[in-house]
Design a protein around this ligand. Structure first.
Ligand SMILES: Cc1ncc(COP(=O)(O)O)c(C=O)c1O
Ligand SMILES: [Zn+2]
Length: 403
């Protein structure tokens, strides 16, 4: 980096285009109440050669991230493995298939990328307390990063519907956990209403700084794979991650690092698929779902707050969205685990089911390359549903002699 390296980060409304300084605490456009993007304006960016020897975390891409000086809150998030799967590629029917193992992040999900930036931002604006609503992973991640930063953490979860491993994580890192009688969407609307009353900095994915951290997965895919003329398959709940991934690729293109854009493929569970439904209606309108239901609790979301950004990502990348049943999700999880030795939580496994469906329908060619984002670690969600599907709890007893 040169000594007169210039970087400017500001917030811009995705609807009315109004611009705001990057250091004001707003989550929506004060003028029209729509979503905000962070706009990154730099005059120098990394190239493949300049990355050699840098820290193996999201912060290796510092040029396109905010500067926090010594105030960066990091647990070494990002730089997760990209694993090539030849056997699974044959079964799914694509030329090459790669899995991005986001379960290898410090708290076991991609959320850590966003929380590193988001909690660093909370510190830099002087917050003492942070807050989120969560289907589980967001709270696990926020609890860990706020503990590291010395901030108080409050999380709201839907009553009885959070995987035990995730709840355990939030508790062990010392978060105050409250159950909301209702689903995630209701928990989020309470978090919106109460964050400012409680003097808390809100770290759901509506907070655009979260997206800044999460976009780094695209930089890694480019760096690790060496090409971007691919399909990137992503499980979709609130649409924060798919929009972050698109933002990452767009910035690489904007700064001349890549020429080819990937197609982004969003996958939803058929019991929680408002984005897929909207796409089938030719993007005319979104209908929120009141009672989303799926075994993939991480994406059990009926009112995706970032739907406009998610739809934009799919549309601009010439991608698509597809829904898969719980049965297809669980079969894909078993396939991943038994054919490739890779397990993940159900939301991540939905990408394999979605990819296979699109290949079978001829919407993705057999000569194409796909990267599936396995968003969370398998150990987070050994819930009853999953155990009963494979009945490993009723094991036969053997002795050394009888085996
Ligand atoms: C494991 C996992 N996969 C996918 C998602 C969906 O991400 P988003 O809500 O950004 O669409 C989540 C969100 O909680 C998640 O925890
Ligand atoms: Zn606006």
């Amino acid at each position: 980096m040169g000594s007169c390296f210039m970087k400017r980060l500001l917030l811009r409304c995705i609807e009315c285009g109004a611009e705001y300084s990057g250091d004001v605490v707003i989550y929506r456009c004060p003028r029209c109440d729509d979503l905000l993007d962070v706009v990154v304006d730099v005059d120098e960016v990394f190239r493949r050669e300049s990355l050699r020897g840098r820290v193996e975390s999201i912060w290796r891409y510092a040029e396109l991230l905010p500067d926090f000086g010594d105030g960066v809150v990091s647990l070494g998030e990002g730089f997760t493995r990209l694993v090539k799967c030849e056997r699974l590629a044959k079964i799914v029917g694509v030329r090459e298939l790669f899995l991005k193992l986001e379960g290898l992040n410090p708290t076991g999900s991609f959320k850590d990328r966003g929380m590193s930036v988001g909690v660093s931002m909370a510190l830099s604006v002087g917050a003492r307390r942070v807050m989120c609503a969560s289907t589980g992973n967001t709270s696990a991640s926020l609890a860990a990063y706020s503990a590291r930063a010395g901030l108080e953490c409050v999380v709201l979860i839907p009553e009885g519907r959070v995987a035990l491993g995730k709840l355990f994580q939030a508790r062990i890192h010392g978060a105050k956990v409250y159950q909301v009688r209702g689903n995630f969407d209701e928990a989020l609307s309470i978090a919106f209403r109460s964050a400012s009353e409680m003097g808390a900095y809100l770290l759901n994915s509506i907070n655009p700084w979260r997206i800044e951290g999460q976009k780094t997965v695209s930089f890694e895919i480019w760096e690790q794979l060496g090409r971007t003329d691919i399909n990137v398959v992503v499980p979709v709940g609130n649409s924060g991650n798919i929009s972050a991934i698109w933002k990452g690729f767009k910035e690489l293109q904007q700064y001349g690092v890549i020429d080819d854009f990937p197609r982004l493929i969003g996958v939803q569970a058929s019991g929680a698929a408002p984005i897929v439904e909207m796409l089938m209606n030719n993007y005319s309108t979104i209908r929120f779902w009141d009672s989303p239901e799926t075994v993939a609790t991480a994406i059990r979301i009926g009112k995706p707050v970032n739907w406009k950004k998610g739809i934009r990502a799919i549309r601009e990348s010439d991608g698509t969205a597809v829904s898969v049943t719980d049965d297809e999700i669980l079969k894909s999880l078993r396939l991943l685990a038994t054919v490739e030795g890779v397990a993940c939580e159900p939301a991540g496994a939905s990408t394999i089911a979605g990819l296979k469906k699109l290949v079978d329908e001829g919407k993705i060619g057999r000569d194409e390359i796909a990267v599936c984002i396995l968003t969370g670690n398998a150990l987070k969600d050994p819930s009853e549903h999953l155990v009963s599907w494979n009945i490993p709890m009723t094991l036969d007893s053997v002795s050394a002699k009888s085996i």
